[in-house]
Design a protein around this ligand. Structure first.
Ligand SMILES: *Cc1c(COP(=O)(O)O)cnc(C)c1O
Length: 389
C-alpha cells in the first residue's frame, strides 16, 4: 500500500475509558457541576498517591497552579525567577503576571534540563526563586538545585507539567525538596481532564493562600457553604482572587485517569525502549533515560529526538516528510529566548544559549502514547530509516 493511504498516526491520543464517561454522566445527573464532591475526592486521591503529607489543590490549568504558587510565595515587582529557556511560555508568563522578571538560562546537553551551573551563574541580589521544568518527564537534578536554593535563600516551584509520575532518587516528583509542584492535565499530558492542573505543597501557608486565591479570594467555597447548616449565604472576601477552580465535570474524568496513570506510563516506557532499538544507528540523539539504579523514573511524556547536523534532511524537511506519510510530530520547544516577547523584552541573544540553540536545530518529538500500537511505531521507525538511512 502507498504509505500516504495508510491511516494517520496522530502525535497524541488521549485514552478515555467507559469509566470516565459514566462518571461524567453521573455528575451531570447529580445536579452539582462546579467544584464539589468529585473535586474533593480527586484532590484526596491525588494527595494519597503522592503521600509524604502533601496537600493537593485542583485548578483549571497548570498555568493557574503556577500563578497561585508564585502569588502565595509573595513574588512581586523587582523579583527575578530563574528558569529554563527550553520550556513552554506558561512557565515564564506567570512570573510576569506578578510583575516579576524571568531570567532564562541554558540547559544541560544530555538531559535538556535546567543546568545547575547556569542557574548559579544567573543569581543576582534580586533572585527570589528557581523554577525547574522536568523536560519530557525526566526529573531535573533536584539535589543540586535544592543545594543552590539553600545556599542563596531561594524558593523552588517545580513545573511538573510533564512529570506525572516520575521519580528522583526513589521519590515521586511532587514530594521533592521544593516549595510547591504543579502538574498539568491538558489534553495531551500524561493524564487529562481536558483542561486542568494540580498544585501540591507541604507548606500549609502556601496551601491556605492558594485555596483562597483560587476562588475570588473568598474564605470558603460554594460547596463548603452549601454543606454548612445555618448561614450558608455568608462569606468574606479577603483578597482580589482569581477564578481558577476545577469543575466536578473535569474531576470526574481525572478520578479515573489518575487510577491508570502508572499503567499509561508503563506503556509509554515500553514504547520508548522499543524506539531506542528501532532507531539505533540513525543520525539521531535519543532522549536520555532516568537512572533506575539511582532511583530515577522517567514519565516518558515526550520522546524528543535530536537530528544530527550532518543528516540528509533538515529537521523542518524531516517534519514535513513525516507529515506527508501521515505521522504527526511536534517540536518541544522553540526556546523562549527566540520568542519575540521574551527576546525583545530582555534583549536575549541566541549565542548566550548554545546548548538549547544546538538542540533546537534538530529537535523533533515523535508520537508516544500507550495506545500507540507496535505496527504504528514500526511505521514511524521505517519512515525515519527511509528518510535518514
Ligand atoms: C502544558 C505545559 C504547561 C501548561 O499547562 P496547562 O495545564 O495547559 O496550563 C506548563 N508548562 C509546561 C512545561 C507544559 O508542557
Amino acid at each position: 500500500m502507498n504509505p500516504a493511504s495508510l491511516p494517520p498516526i496522530p502525535f497524541s491520543r488521549p485514552d478515555i475509558g467507559d469509566e470516565e464517561i459514566a462518571e461524567v454522566v453521573a455528575t451531570l445527573r447529580s445536579g452539582w457541576l462546579t467544584s464539589g464532591p468529585r473535586v474533593k475526592e480527586f484532590e484526596a486521591r491525588f494527595a494519597a498517591m503522592l503521600g509524604e503529607g502533601v496537600t493537593a489543590l485542583a485548578v483549571n490549568s497548570a498555568t493557574a497552579g503556577l500563578h497561585l504558587a508564585l502569588e502565595a510565595l509573595g513574588l512581586g515587582p523587582g523579583d527575578e525567577v530563574i528558569t529554563s529557556t527550553l520550556t513552554f511560555t506558561a512557565t515564564a508568563e506567570v512570573v510576569r503576571y506578578l510583575g516579576a522578571e524571568p531570567v532564562f538560562v541554558d540547559v544541560d546537553p544530555v538531559t535538556l534540563n535546567l543546568a545547575p551551573a547556569a542557574v548559579e551563574a544567573a543569581i543576582t541580589p534580586r533572585t527570589r526563586m528557581i523554577m525547574p521544568v522536568h523536560y519530557a518527564g525526566l526529573p531535573c537534578d533536584m539535589d543540586a538545585l535544592a543545594a543552590i536554593a539553600a545556599r542563596h535563600g531561594l524558593r523552588i516551584v517545580e513545573d511538573a507539567a510533564h512529570a506525572l509520575p516520575a521519580r528522583h532518587r526513589g521519590r515521586l516528583v511532587g514530594t521533592l525538596d521544593s516549595d510547591a509542584t504543579v502538574f498539568s492535565f491538558y489534553a495531551n499530558k500524561t493524564m487529562t481532564t481536558g483542561e486542568g492542573g494540580m498544585l501540591v505543597t507541604r507548606d500549609p501557608a502556601i496551601a491556605r493562600r492558594a485555596a483562597v486565591m483560587r476562588l475570588h479570594g473568598i474564605d470558603r467555597d460554594a460547596y463548603d457553604r452549601f454543606r454548612t447548616p445555618g448561614a450558608a449565604w455568608y462569606y468574606e472576601v479577603v483578597a482580589p482572587g482569581f477564578k481558577y477552580n476545577l469543575t466536578d465535570l473535569a474531576a470526574s474524568v481525572g478520578l479515573h485517569q489518575l487510577a491508570k496513570v502508572e499503567a499509561f506510563r508503563a506503556g509509554r516506557e515500553r514504547l520508548a525502549r522499543r524506539y531506542a532499538e528501532l532507531l539505533a544507528g540513525l543520525p539521531l540523539t535519543l532522549p536520555a533515560d532516568a537512572d533506575p539504579s539511582a532511583g530515577g523514573l522517567h514519565s516518558w511524556h515526550l520522546y524528543p529526538v535530536r537530528l544530527h547536523a550532518g543528516a540528509r534532511l533538515t529537521r523542518d524537511a524531516l517534519f514535513a516528510a513525516l507529515a506527508e506519510r501521515g505521522i504527526g510530530c511536534s517540536v518541544h520547544y522553540v526556546p523562549l529566548h527566540r520568542q519575540p516577547y521574551w527576546r525583545d523584552r530582555y534583549g536575549l541573544r541566541a549565542e548566550d544559549f548554545p546548548v538549547a540553540e544546538a538542540a533546537y536545530q534538530g529537535l523533533l518529538s515523535l508520537p508516544l502514547y500507550h495506545l500507540m500500537r507496535d505496527d504504528e511505531q514500526d511505521r514511524v521507525a521505517a519512515a525515519l530509516r527511509t528518510l535518514l538511512g
